[in-house]
Design a protein around this ligand. Structure first.
Ligand SMILES: [Zn+2]
Ligand SMILES: [Zn+2]
Length: 447
């Protein structure tokens, strides 16, 4: 249907009126708004946003159709709306360069038009959000082939009704079982859901990818796409590791004592550190070898460095790390230290059995009950075994030389040079800060 001049004028007037109203209303006018009123207005604004998104999608469809017409007319790939690119790319040039967001908009707009009958009206009325509309359109798109028009209609109306009371996640789950709106047998609905899930998992496997690149400033940045199940596993592990320490034994500069303050880090920062810890927790010695090359990274360091010197150490791929980092990593079983004398001749090559083996590790866990740093709440699962005497790394797996520390405190101990000991009277691990003469212990596990 051709758009008449009258309709075009109406849309222009509508957009102009919206612009005028917004121009006249600075965000500073929210200051001092009663919270109850603000909440009501927020709900209404969300509805307005949904209604506007219905118009944004309608506009995107106009552009997409024009592009297709131009392409058909010219018989080649040169559209009339831009520079030979997709509609999404054209829109993104006009608005913020978000190409991914713009093509999502075009796809959602098309899907809603092709798959649904009542959803667009519901969106335009502000009854559902754009994301809910997309879930509904996707659900209708993946209905079995033998669905009848009337059944399809029932499915759509059911989802529109359910959207009023379900969260987005629950609506997605509901949508996977939407054939129960017209199929009577539970088994059939189960089978339909299973088909959908298997399709989704197969697509997820196809999309799975991982890449990381060297920023050349001592960091790497990466990007990944994971199937949902593994992503949830990763997220759960990271959240467990990133849970803020209720107290961490950081050093109060004034008193030299542990002042047990929080991390003061943002959630993404905590997740980042959690990810780094997770990498160190990988059982590298049990991973499959890569064409005969071990998955364990070797660190080459001087005996002097191991004993407390400052000379940097090298990883097996040539990466340089600080003496402190080398000592800490050599403390855990994740890096095999190759201890060199001053002329880079190996004195001692690390091997797996010199670390705290499984039974002595279990004994450590039983004795320490978690991180031994004062005030820390990490349980043994997230702890590394620290050697109280560095030169003993190559010689003993005696638990009288070991102490459990979480990654955070393991860094601290090596960073700040904490002294550790097993209390001679009751055998509890205790720590002393540099310059202090008081021994502290973790009372959480040993009240
Ligand atoms: Zn250590
Ligand atoms: Zn700790």
């Amino acid at each position: 249907m051709a758009v008449t001049a009258l309709e075009t004028g109406m849309i222009e007037a509508c957009v102009r009126a919206l612009e005028g109203t917004l121009d006249a209303t600075p965000t500073s006018s929210w200051a001092g708004t009663d919270p109850a009123v603000a909440r009501d207005l927020l709900t209404r604004l969300a509805r307005v946003e949904a209604r506007i998104s219905a118009h944004t999608m309608a506009a995107a469809r106009v552009l997409e159709k024009a592009r297709q017409t131009a392409r058909n007319d010219s018989g080649n790939d040169s559209p009339g709306t831009g520079t030979g690119t997709s509609t999404g790319a054209t829109i993104s040039i006009d608005f913020g360069g978000d190409r991914h967001g713009a093509s999502d908009l075009v796809n959602t707009a098309n899907r809603i038009e092709e798959q649904t009958t009542h959803t667009e009206a519901a969106l335009a009325a502000g009854d559902i959000t754009a994301k809910q509309a997309d879930v509904i359109a996707r659900a209708l798109a993946s209905l079995p082939d033998d669905v009848l028009d009337a059944q399809r209609d029932t499915c759509e109306r059911t989802l529109l009704k359910d959207a009023q009371k379900l969260t987005l996640k629950d609506l997605r789950a509901r949508a996977r079982r939407i054939t129960d709106a017209y199929k009577t047998s539970e088994d059939e609905v189960d089978a339909d859901e299973d088909t959908l899930l298997r399709q989704q998992e197969e697509q997820a496997r196809a999309k799975t990818s991982f890449s990381m690149w060297d920023n050349r400033d001592g960091t790497y940045t990466g990007r990944f796409t994971l199937p949902e199940a593994q992503a949830v596993m990763l997220k759960t592990a990271l959240d467990a590791l990133a849970a803020p320490h209720q107290k961490v034994g950081t050093v109060n500069a004034a008193t030299g004592e542990h002042d047990e303050v929080g991390f003061g880090q943002s959630y993404p920062q905590r997740l980042g550190h959690a990810f780094a810890s997770l990498v160190e927790l990988l059982p590298a010695d049990r991973l499959p070898s890569n064409g005969g090359v071990s998955a364990v990274v070797t660190v080459n360091l001087d005996l002097n460095t191991l004993m407390g010197g400052l000379k940097a150490a090298g990883l097996s791929d040539g990466t340089r790390i600080s003496a402190e980092q080398a000592r800490r990593l050599a403390c855990t079983a994740q890096l095999v230290p190759m201890v060199l004398n001053g002329r880079s001749l190996p004195l001692d090559l690390g091997s797996a059995n010199r670390y705290f083996n499984q039974s002595s590790r279990r004994a450590l866990e039983r004795r320490d009950g978690g991180c031994t740093a004062p005030g820390c709440d990490r349980d043994p699962r997230w702890c590394e075994s620290h050697h109280l005497t560095p030169h003993a790394i190559s010689r003993t797996t005696d638990i009288r030389d070991g102490a459990l520390l979480c990654t955070f405190h393991h860094h601290r101990v090596h960073d700040q040079g904490w002294a550790g000991r097993i209390n001679p009277t009751d055998g509890v691990v205790e720590w002393r800060l540099p310059g202090s003469s008081t021994w502290h212990r973790n009372h959480r596990y040993r009240p």
